[in-house]
Design a protein around this ligand. Structure first.
Ligand SMILES: C[S@@+](CC[C@H](N)C(=O)[O-])C[C@H]1O[C@@H](n2cnc3c(N)ncnc32)[C@H](O)[C@@H]1O
Length: 230
């Protein structure tokens, strides 16, 4: 099959071998098709809220002879998937706010592994996970079509850093790779711009206080990058 986007490849690498995956917002079903064709998963459920994306998915299923192995469903989030049917969920290529809303509405299995790749606002995803008894495991940043994205995997557990606002925004990124440094810088610029705008307008004091904590966290953890403007 054609090469997956690097951000989807990063997600695929986090799917536990042998799991049954529910791919939410599947569009062309490239991710579940890749998982099946590479022997990672024996079967998958590919869901999308739109009929047209599911037609795209049906085309992929047909091309790669995956009938009977990928179950296609029109579903808002995980609404049409029962918890007994899957033990890993992938939600990729959507905004972080929408991913958090989908998780909020879902009846997730006890042993579920969540593989999440937000296009924006990753902090909403981390905040949801931290506030709902999930611990974030591995996190990677990848460059894809001139932008950087993060992808994370989470399972139920107590995340020791769940109460740190800086962690919600920067995750466990250390800045070791160029992609991580780009993501750290991008997040810092976004937080700084928002914090400055709110301060200037004397608006939302609680959000301002939170963003100031995030900026302090950045200075404490990534000061070298700030000085060198990497
Ligand atoms: C940009 S595409 C991402 C496709 C693929 N997952 C990827 O990462 O390349 C986003 C898909 O999410 C679907 N979507 C948006 N909101 C959804 C929801 N609440 N439940 C299920 N699918 C949704 C859209 O119809 C669209 O096909």
């Amino acid at each position: 099959m054609q090469e997956l986007h690097p951000r989807l490849k990063a997600a695929a690498a986090m799917v536990p071998p042998g799991s049954t995956v529910a791919d939410i917002g599947t569009d062309h079903a490239y991710l579940p098709a890749y998982l099946l064709l590479n022997g990672v998963c024996p079967r998958a459920i590919a869901c999308d809220i739109g009929e047209k994306p599911l037609q795209n998915a049906a085309e992929t299923v047909k091309i790669y002879h995956l009938d009977g192995k990928i179950d296609l469903r029109v579903s808002d989030g995980l609404e049409k998937v029962s918890p007994e049917e899957y033990n890993a969920a992938t939600i990729c290529g959507m905004g972080g706010t929408l991913i958090a809303q989908i998780l909020e509405k879902a009846d997730l299995p006890a042993d579920v592994r969540l593989i999440l790749q937000p296009m924006t606002h990753a902090e909403d995803v981390r905040m949801w996970l931290c506030g709902h008894g999930f611990a974030i495991g591995r996190e990677v940043c990848v460059a894809d079509a001139g932008r950087v994205y993060c992808c994370m995997v989470a399972a139920r557990g107590d995340d020791p850093r769940k109460d740190e606002p800086g962690y919600w925004y920067f995750g466990s990124l250390s800045g070791e790779t160029a992609e991580e440094r780009a993501m750290i810088r991008k997040t810092y610029d976004r937080v700084k711009t928002r914090a400055d705008a709110l301060a200037e307008a004397y608006r939302y004091p609680e959000e301002q206080a939170l963003l100031r904590q995030v900026l302090t966290y950045y200075e404490q953890h990534y000061d070298n990058y700030r000085k060198r403007r990497l």
